[in-house]
Design a protein. Structure first.
Length: 88
């Protein structure tokens, strides 16, 4: 059985994240906190690449675009692989 859980916060560079919030995400949720320029179309690739890496390449595109109106994305990725026992 394999189980992976990953947490991330992606904030628009125009919206500052408080240090205490970032520290809480990193320390208690083992999460990544990263500021991105949501006007830059490559920000979608950065987020999608993180999701793909944390789902063993099963989810490739969780976002199709970002905009200047987006303040933050809170993204959790879960990967589970196991054998199911269906005997009753």
């Amino acid at each position: 059985m394999q189980l992976g859980i990953a947490n991330s916060v992606w904030n628009n560079i125009h919206h500052e994240v408080r240090d205490t919030f970032a520290t809480t995400i990193e320390n208690y949720f083992d999460g990544k906190v990263q500021a991105l320029n949501f006007l830059d179309p490559t920000s979608v690739n950065v987020i999608n690449s993180w999701v793909e890496a944390n789902t063993n390449h099963l989810i490739k595109n969780i976002l199709d675009h970002t905009s200047e109106d987006d303040a933050m994305f809170l993204i959790n990725a879960i990967y589970f692989k196991g054998n199911w026992n269906l005997s009753i």
